[in-house]
Design a protein around this ligand. Structure first.
Ligand SMILES: Cc1cc2nc3c(=O)[nH]c(=O)nc-3n(C[C@H](O)[C@H](O)[C@H](O)COP(=O)(O)O)c2cc1C
Length: 185
């Protein structure tokens, strides 16, 4: 149906955000979308911190954004905002890298005090990059995400349902947009 770029902006090796986003990828795939995963932490630090626009990893990331109809942006909340790692990548993308795209913003955090970080911090950046439609996002408390010894991810009831709902709304929004674009030729 649609091509979705699924981004984790966490620098952590054992990232709850990355695990959560990859878990949600499965739902998007089951709904018929092609999902392209991107973990920003795998991009060489010298490219991100040295603003090396021509580095192959930055060029590749830029191409992934260009290919996508929709983008999932997952980030941990750090110091009441999105991660610096995510911002380092967004800063190296073209100004309108999200033009015409449907975007699902997701965050994980340690306190509900920062539940609105998606709306006051991330959403304005996504808008400035031309996102056509930023659907309802979701903030998940880190304690609601558990990883078993076998690597199985469990999301607390309540959060799990809310996440399923925002993913499904994103999927529907993507479907309407791709149909509209196809009709427009
Ligand atoms: C440096 C740092 C700063 C953090 N700042 C916040 C914060 O301001 N608000 C919050 O709710 N959680 C904060 N947290 C908690 C993380 O957002 C939370 O544990 C998140 O799920 C970590 O995701 P990750 O495992 O993908 O890195 C912070 C964690 C770290 C390591």
């Amino acid at each position: 149906m649609a091509t979705v770029l699924s981004v984790s902006g966490s620098p952590s090796v054992n990232s709850r955000t990355a695990r959560l986003v990859r878990h949600l990828d499965l739902r998007l795939t089951a709904e018929g979308h092609e999902v392209l995963p991107l973990d920003v932490r795998t991009i060489p630090a010298e490219a991100l911190l040295g603003a090396d626009f021509r580095h192959p990893a930055i060029v590749e990331a830029t191409e992934l954004f260009a290919r996508a109809d929709g983008v999932v942006i997952g980030t941990p909340v750090y110091k009441a905002a999105y991660s610096g790692l995510l911002k380092a990548l967004l800063d190296l993308l073209p100004q309108y890298a999200l033009e015409g795209k449907t975007v699902l913003p997701l965050a994980t955090g340690g306190t509900t005090a920062h539940v609105l970080a998606i709306d006051y911090a991330l959403r304005p950046v996504l808008s400035s990059m031309g996102a056509a439609h930023i659907v309802q996002g979701w903030f998940t408390l880190d304690k609601d995400i558990t990883v078993g010894d076998d690597g199985t991810l469990t999301v607390a009831p309540g959060s799990a349902e809310a996440l399923a709902q925002v993913v499904d709304q994103f999927s529907v929004a993507l479907g309407s947009r791709t149909t509209l674009l196809a009709a427009a030729g």
